[in-house]
Design a protein around this ligand. Structure first.
Ligand code: CAA
Ligand code: FAD
Length: 386
């Protein structure tokens, strides 16, 4: 079990980030949430506003046009955005904790110099690992790369790719030498104009404003300088970035739970009366509210503890998996209760509660299903017990 105490406070800079993003989410995003969900489309001005407010290169060093902030700040941003809209939140999360992180941590100087400024200023990024026949079993991918004198030729299909409709840069994983199994997997930075075909856009239960698409690659030429890391190290790049990304998804679920809780408790304590008193004053309601608040607090401690462990440069894979697993469960429970607490009103599309409820389901699926998080936790405990 974790040997470090959980984090209960934030620095002044982190608090400033939280206040800034919270204000941004309330003023810029909130008025458009319902419209974007109905249209199943992200508002382009919101994306531009995220770039203009420095939210698309949070950990990117200032010399590359980023905010040069720490990992916890990136997590705070995801949480605050999710309190208002989990779709905008996941766009930001994938862009920062997966795409920027992959290039910052594994890219050559040339890749960092070229792409980090673009990703901080104007180009949305996507992370393309999953395929039609390999989701949980991600390393069994069928996409293939073939080496040429001056680069690689990419063939294959990716499925479920977040941000694909808006993205201009893709981190793509393909196997260069299947005889080596997953040790043939290699990562590439692929520009849309190199030949990425955006095929089917999925219609989903939740996070409907977030695009999720199939990508096809037919003899796409990738110049050799766009190799990310080393040949055969793609599996490591994928899973190590995902370990960080999972804390981001945990923060998305934490924010979602917090957003649903705030809305429904405001209604229960201040708006809605039945039998002559506020519904929040009934003991039956208070017990549920107390339980939900406790679950949110526990999820919060798991999320920020995992983030601080990552920042401290100590192993955090198990804690990241725990945070994602638990925060997803809490988001599901709290969003469901919040709909009930608002009665009929909570069930309608007049309010955002039904949307939080729909959006909460994805937490147990992407960036590794809940079963995969459990398996990850158990495998580490097995190693620790050896
Ligand atoms: N951290 C670091 N390394 C890990 C790891 C982890 N969490 N899990 C596995 N590995 C390493 C192992 O150490 C091993 O490497 P070495 O041989 O170098 O030691 C290698 O990976 C293979 O390990 P296993 O045989 O145990 O793994 P597996 O093949 O059974 O499964 C896995 C590995 C594919 C990573 C699986 O555990 C997993 O996480 N599946 C889920 C995939 C996933 O998260 N996809 C997300 C797509 S992106 C996304 O979803 C974004 C979004 O929605 C917004
Ligand atoms: P499967 O792997 O087929 O799993 C189906 C069920 O079987 C699950 O309940 C699972 O837990 C269970 N199962 C599978 N293996 C095991 C096991 N070993 N033990 C116990 N149970 C098991 N991928 C990307 O690469 N990039 C993205 O940007 C991205 N965004 C996504 C956005 C959305 C909205 C969605 C829905 C998915 C996204 N994904 C993305 C893909 C996502 O990571 C996969 O959907 C996820 O990893 C599960 O894979 P699968 O859908 O193939 O399900």
């Amino acid at each position: 079990y974790s040997t470090r105490p959980p984090v209960t406070h934030f620095s002044e800079e982190e608090e400033m980030f939280r206040d800034m993003v919270s204000k941004f989410a309330d003023e810029v995003i909130a008025p458009k949430v319902r419209e974007m969900d109905e249209a199943e489309q992200m508002d382009k001005t919101i994306i531009q506003d995220m770039f203009d407010n420095g939210l698309m290169g949070i950990e990117t060093p200032e010399e590359f046009g980023g905010a040069g902030a720490n990992f916890t700040s990136a997590i705070i941003v995801v949480e605050e955005l999710a309190k208002v809209d989990p779709s905008v939140s996941v766009m930001n999360d994938v862009h920062n904790t997966l795409v920027n992180t992959c290039i910052r941590s594994w890219g050559s100087d040339a890749l960092r110099n070229k792409y980090l400024p673009q990703l901080a200023a104007q180009k949305v990024g996507s992370f393309a690992l999953s395929e039609p026949s390999s989701g949980s079993d991600a390393f069994a991918m069928k996409s293939r790369a073939t080496k040429t004198d001056d680069g690689y030729i990419l063939n294959g299909s990716k499925m479920w790719i977040t941000n694909a409709a808006e993205a201009e840069l893709f981190i793509v994983f393909a196997n260069l030498d299947p005889s080596k199994g997953y040790k043939g997997i290699t990562a590439f930075v692929v520009e849309k104009d190199m030949g990425v075909q955006i095929a089917k856009k999925e219609q989903k239960l939740g996070i409907r404003a977030s695009s999720t698409c199939v990508l096809n690659f037919e003899d796409v030429f990738i110049p050799k300088e766009n190799l990310l890391g080393e040949e055969g190290k793609g599996y490591k790049i994928a899973i190590e970035c995902l370990n960080e990304g999972r804390i981001g998804i945990a923060a998305q679920m934490l924010g979602l739970a917090g957003g649903a809780f705030k809305k429904a408790t405001g209604y229960a304590f201040n708006d809605r009366k039945q039998f002559g008193q506020y519904i929040g004053e009934f003991q039956g309601m208070q017990h549920q509210i107390g339980q939900a608040a406790t679950e949110i607090e526990a999820a919060r401690l798991l999320v920020y503890n995992a983030a601080r462990l990552k920042e401290a440069g100590v192993p955090f894979t198990k804690e990241a998996a725990m945070a994602k697993l638990y925060a997803s469960q809490v988001a599901g429970n709290v969003a469901s209760k919040a709909v009930e607490w608002m009665g009929g009103v909570g069930f309608t599309r007049e309010e955002t509660l039904e949307k939080f409820f729909r959006d909460s389901k994805i937490g147990a699926i992407y960036e590794g299903t809940s079963n995969i998080q459990l398996q990850t936790i158990a495998k580490i405990i097995q190693k620790e017990s050896a």
